[in-house]
Every structure is written in C-alpha cells, then in structure tokens.
Design a protein around this ligand. Sequence first.
Ligand code: NAD
Length: 487
Amino acid sequence: MTLAFDPSDLKLPVGHFIGGRYVEGPGEIAISAPSSGAVLGEIPRADAELVDRAVSNARAALERSGWGGIAPRERLRALSRWADLMEAEATTLARLEAICSSRPVAQVAAADIIVTADQIRFFAEFADKECDDLVPTSDGQLGMISSQPYGVIGAITPWNFPISMAGWKLGPALAAGNAVVLKPSEMTPYSTLYLAELSVRAGIPEGLINIVLGDGPVTGTALVQHPGIDKVSFTGSTRAGGQIMENIARTGIKPMTLELGGKSPMVVFADADLDLAAECLDRGITPNAGQFCVAGSRIIVAREIADELAERLTASFARHQPAATWEEEPGFSPIISEGQLARIDGIVGASVRNGGEVLCGGERFDREGSFYRPTLIRDVDVANPAVVEEIFGPVATFQTFDSEEEAMALASHPAYGLCAGLFTRDLHRALRLTRRIEAGTVWINRYGRSADHILPTGGWKASGLGKDLGREAYHANRRTKSVLIDF
Ligand code: NAD
C-alpha cells in the first residue's frame, strides 16, 4: 500500500484528548507543513483550568481502574494490544506525523512506529517481572524495599520525533502503573493525539492517557506547576528545562526527568576505518536534517586524515536531495519552521564572520518549503558560535587535532554532555578515552542507537537529569518505600 498522500486530503484529529474523548476549543495556534509552508489548521491552547480538568481525569481514571494495583500481567496485556494496534494503524499514524513535522512518512512507518511499538512491549514486560527486595537485617526483623507508582506523570515532548518521544514517556509510565497528562509540541500534535485514541481502542482505561495541546509558557507551565502532577518528565531544550526547574521550584518541590540539548563530538583517529567513519559522520548529522538531540555536530579529526575526510564528507553531503515528507521515497528532511531555518542560517553567518570557512551548504535549497543544505564549516576555534551553540540543523563543524590530549580538549563542551562518538581501531585507546569523556552515551566505531532498548539514554551536565529507556526509565516511574517490621 502506498504511504504517499495529499496533505489537503488528510483528516486531522481536533481538540485535546481528555478522559478518552476529544475536547474541542477555540483555534489559537496555527499548525504549518514545513515541507510546503502551507497552514494546515489551528489547535487550541489549554489554560490552567483545562490542564486541571485533564489532571483530575487522570487521577479519577487511576482510582476507577485500579491501574497501579491490578495484577501486573493485566497492564502487560493492555500495553501489548496497544503496541499491536500502533503497527496495524501505521499508515494513518505515519501520515499524521509526517504532515506537520520533519519526518518522512516512509521512515515514520518503517522505523519510528515499529521501534516505538517494540519499546512499549519492552516496558510492558517489566510490569510482571520486577520484584521488591528483602534486605539483610537482624534476627527478629524483616526489612523490605517496596516500590509503587507515582500516580499522575506530567510529560512534555518536543517536535523532532513526536511518536518516538511520546513512546519514551508513555511506555514506562504506564507499565509502572501511572496515568499521564502529556503536552506534545505545539508544532506537531496530531500523531500524539492519535496514539492516545488508539490506547483507548486497545482497552487501556479511558483517562489514563490525556493529551493537552498548547505552548510552553501557558500550557506547559500550568502542567508542571499543577499540584496533582506527582512527577515531571520533559524532553526538549536546555533553555526550557531550566525554566521548568525554576517554575516548579516556585510552587514546591517535585521529582523530574529532563532530557535536554546536546552538542556531541565525533572524534576520528588516524587509525580508524575511514570508509566506516565517513559513513557514520554523514549519518551523525544528516538524518532528520540534523534535528535530533544526539546529532554529531562537532567533527574532530586527526590532521593526517583531515583533508581526505573533508573531501569525502562534502561529496556525500552534496548527494542529499530534499523531498516533501508526504512523498513515497524519503528525501532530505525540511527544517521544522522558517523561524528555526533563520536561526540556523544566522549561526552559520556568525560562524563565518568569526573565521569559519563553509566547505559546502550554508544556504537554503532553492525550492518550496523550509529546506537547508547540509553544511560543513572548517577553520573554527573553540569560541566559534557554530562550535558552541546547539544549532539543531544540518550543520557540522570540522576541527583537526595533533594529539590525543588535543582531541579530548576539543571533544569536551563547557555545557553539554549528551553523547560522543569515537572512531579508532585501537580498543585500548577507545576504552581509555571513554572513561574521560563527559557524556551519557559513547558510541565506538558506530554512530546511532541500536534496537536494544535496554541501554538507557540521557545526558550529563546541562544535557539532562535522569534517563529514558532501559531499566532506569521503568524505575524512574516508581518510587521506593523502605519497610522495617519487628516480629
Ligand atoms: P523546546 O524546549 O522549545 O520545546 C519542547 C517542549 O517543551 C514543547 O512541547 C514546548 O511547548 C515545551 N516548552 C517550552 N518551554 C516550556 C516551558 N517553559 N515550560 C513547559 N514546557 C515548555 O524544544 P524543541 O525545539 O521542541 O525541541 C528541540 C530540543 O529538544 C533540542 O534542544 C533537543 O536537543 C532536545 N531534545 C532532547 C532529547 C534528549 O533525549 N535529550 C531528545 C529530543 C530532543
């Protein structure tokens, strides 16, 4: 079946999704298609009152269904049915994602949805396999560490991978026995709404997943500050993560998981497999037009191989051809908005004014939509704006080093610590340097996640707090209680 579609024919979900049904409101935020610039419609903006309604529905659904206390295998069954339904409805889901985002419809159907369904199953499997602990105590006592769900989780997601990011939040939260009120990005709401609709059709009790639409300052702030939200789980920029910490602190104390920005280095030593490295360097920055948190946006190369790698990269960057996200064959992705494209172009301009040389790209594609050419910038020092700022676009800087020490100094970023890539045939060196790199993830002779959801993801330093995926994400959605009994 064809996945390509005409954006004017697609029926879009309307309203928030609260208590198992759509709740309409006045259209206040315009949604556009970055592939063409066309305005698709408007969504409402939830205010504090509507957020309160969603949180109350979530709490009531928890109590009515007993979700946190039912036999864990019941949660496993319901979540597995939801994952199956996502795959069965992949075409609709993928189109609702592709229409307003940077994700090509075929990639959403073949990758994002399949991986998300798998992750939901992965977390569902924890539900009936995790055990409490009995701990060593004196005779005549029984010590126990038991865990239980938080209650209602407030989740906020970005626009770059809407289904995947919703899955990272909803999967572990529900498997661990919580309800969720989720605010998707105001630029890409439709696929998340449909995910919630599918959850009800799969038999997950109505009200366990609620979606409130709106922006960060009004809806996001109301959500994180709501006293009925027991924990906040956020993915987005470091700037917004800081605002959330501040806004929560104004009204009290609340646990939170923050998955934030990055400026990740990919370091290539002279002994690396150059074919592999060249392929990974391209794959580290061009998918989704570089709009992914772990993008390898700082390429750092041994001087002996620098010219050859720069030549290979400029050639491979030039091969990427753009396509609207609703075309059958995936092409190079659009930038999410004209505002974001102007920001990218502004940083490239500032980089050149500060001594950078653009080896390729550095301008938009000459066509409809917000498409920016893959860009490589050489001759940048550590203070160059393109080296310092998270650009969140298809722009990589290219720096060279003469020694391992210099490579490590360049790889370190003053603020971010999300991810790093190392390319070398010397495993001793790779392991030695892995210990020194300040990042939550290190990839050696590869760049990108695997299909193994057991590896947690999350940043060090200003790149975040806590983890998504892995066992840690399940446990992050439960809190422990220490119990001591005297006989
Ligand atoms: P953003 O921070 O602008 O917005 C993210 C979400 O937060 C949106 O839903 C937005 O409405 C909301 N928001 C914004 N300000 C808020 C506030 N003060 N209070 C509450 N909610 C608020 O980020 P974006 O532009 O949508 O996404 C790109 C960013 O996300 C990049 O920095 C990227 O690195 C990061 N990201 C990180 C990861 C990760 O796992 N670390 C994954 C994906 C994206």
